[in-house]
Design a protein around this ligand. Structure first.
Ligand code: NDP
Ligand code: PYR
Ligand code: MG
Length: 430
């Protein structure tokens, strides 16, 4: 792949995945298992005590098994990053990566489950059957529009949180970035205008959240692979796109971009043309979120105009707008309180926490991790970096509180100060 060769990453990335053991994950026991007596506790006969306890009181599964800290990352490989429908097996490196991020950033254990199934109802059945195993379900890289149905039906059927990361994780982080970007250029969400390239899982969820947070729906123009989604277009429509159909007489990206404050890209590599960049309003926000190759590179924007704030989903540029800033921390909280679902207030709390953390001074120990980048609120630092250990406390505490306030916590936290301390220790920011 050109973009990997160009970054000098092709062979290094393959070696990283291959050595010293294939893949990025392993399963390790958490209890001593060295002697005959250990075996008598862990396995037969001692394990029967734990089985009886859980059979008598199912909520004790959170006490005697790893379930309450265990998330399933489920994909069918139909929309893997921006690589498209590469299937479940080829999706496995991404899912193993997500599991590593869960563990590294928030201490959450996760199994990656790549399912060879595209029928939405069969997927729903397969995932719903796994409720005894997991404390939460993270749906990943399942394409639109099926993903909307799958998540809705699962959320209705299951008593554990079901969260489609590409929808809501992306939306939460994009909303935080837009809030802070607009703050820097002195614009308000209620007056902002936005053009969105892509009308799939990530795009629709971003728009829904932005509208819920105050962006007027009529200020949005949406494009998919057939161009502008306009009122009366009958081909290639589905209800989630139709909700954003524009009445304006614009039919190309360049026309749609004219005077817009925000470009949001949740589509595919290289789609944002120089003409469209020029057409945007003064001091535009450009969120080019397609992975691994964005709709436009930051240096290409800089060559066209100098007043834009640019963000991508990538780790090798400033302003990383990527769902990694959300899902580990949001699930940490959801698992800790035994949430039965993820509510709007939990998502809104997550947006606030991520956005507000970026306004804080960054301790020297954290900025040392930034590869020499500016780490003070500004055009190249609109969001905290994923390695910022404060994210765990800021985001998880806020989300846990929102879950309790919303009445979806089956194990409410009694002492929030102690919980915050525990998060600080876990995040390494103590
Ligand atoms: N930075 C981040 O955190 C995240 C980034 N993403 C990125 O967003 C992109 C989309 O992911 P996701 O929503 O999950 O995938 P989906 O398959 O659900 O959606 C893809 C969307 O892109 C649209 N599209 C494809 N080609 C074009 C084109 N030429 N012009 C305009 N739109 C086009 C498709 O149009 P149509 O509806 O006509 O098929 C579809 O609406 C990927 O690149 C992914 O990496 C996703 C999640 C998180
Ligand atoms: C980041 C991510 O989840 C994606 O690009 O699909
Ligand atoms: Mg994804």
């Amino acid at each position: 792949m050109d973009y990997l060769e160009e970054a000098g990453l092709q062979q290094a990335a393959l070696d990283y995945h291959a050595y010293p053991n294939p893949g990025k994950l392993s399963v390790v026991p958490t209890k001593p298992l060295r002697t005959q007596s250990d075996l008598a506790l862990a396995y037969s006969p001692g394990v029967a005590a734990a089985c009886h306890a859980v059979a008598r009181a199912p909520h004790d599964a959170a006490r005697y098994t790893a379930r309450a800290n265990l998330v399933a990352i489920v994909t069918n490989g139909t929309a893997v990053l921006g690589l498209g429908n590469i299937g479940p097996l080829a999706a496995k490196p991404v899912m193993e990566g997500k599991a590593c991020l869960f563990k590294q950033f928030a201490g959450v254990d996760a199994f990656d489950l790549e399912l060879d199934e595209t029928d939405p109802d069969k997927l729903v059945d397969a995932i719903a059957m796994m409720e005894p195993t997991f404390g939460g379900i993270n749906l990943e890289d399942i394409k639109a529009p099926e993903c909307f149905y799958i998540e809705r039906v699962l959320s209705e059927r299951m008593r554990i949180p079901v969260f489609h990361d590409d929808q809501h994780g992306t939306a939460i982080v994009a909303a935080a970035a837009i809030r802070n970007g607009l703050r820097l250029v002195g614009k308000a969400l209620a007056q902002a205008t936005l053009v969105c390239s892509g009308a799939g899982a990530a795009a629709i969820a971003c728009l829904d959240l932005l509208v819920a947070l105050g962006l007027p729906r009529q200020n949005i123009v949406l494009l998919d692979s057939r161009g502008v989604v306009f009122e009366g277009r009958d081909a290639h429509m589905e209800p989630n796109k139709a909700r954003y159909a524009t009445g304006r007489a614009v039919r190309s990206l360049e026309e749609a971009a004219q005077g817009r404050d925000i470009f949001l890209g949740c589509s595919a590599a290289g789609l944002l043309s120089a003409a469209a960049v020029r057409a945007l309003a003064p001091q535009p926000l450009i969120l080019a979120l397609a992975n691994p190759e964005p709709e436009i590179r930051p240096e290409a924007v800089a060559a066209i105009r100098g007043d834009a704030i640019v963000a991508t989903g990538r780790s090798d540029y400033p302003n990383q707008v990527n769902n990694v800033l959300c899902f580990p921390f949001l699930f940490r909280a959801a698992l800790d309180v035994g949430a039965t679902r993820i509510t709007h207030a939990m998502k809104a709390a997550c947006v606030d926490a991520i956005a507000n953390l970026a306004l804080q001074d960054v301790p020297a120990a954290i900025s040392q991790l930034s590869a020499g980048r500016q780490m003070a609120f500004g055009r190249d630092y609109i969001l905290p970096a994923p390695f910022d250990p404060r994210l765990l406390e800021w985001v998880a505490a806020a989300v846990a509180q929102a879950a309790m306030d919303d009445g979806v916590a089956t194990r409410p936290i009694e002492d929030m100060n102690r919980y915050r301390q525990a998060l600080r220790r876990l995040g390494g920011a103590a």
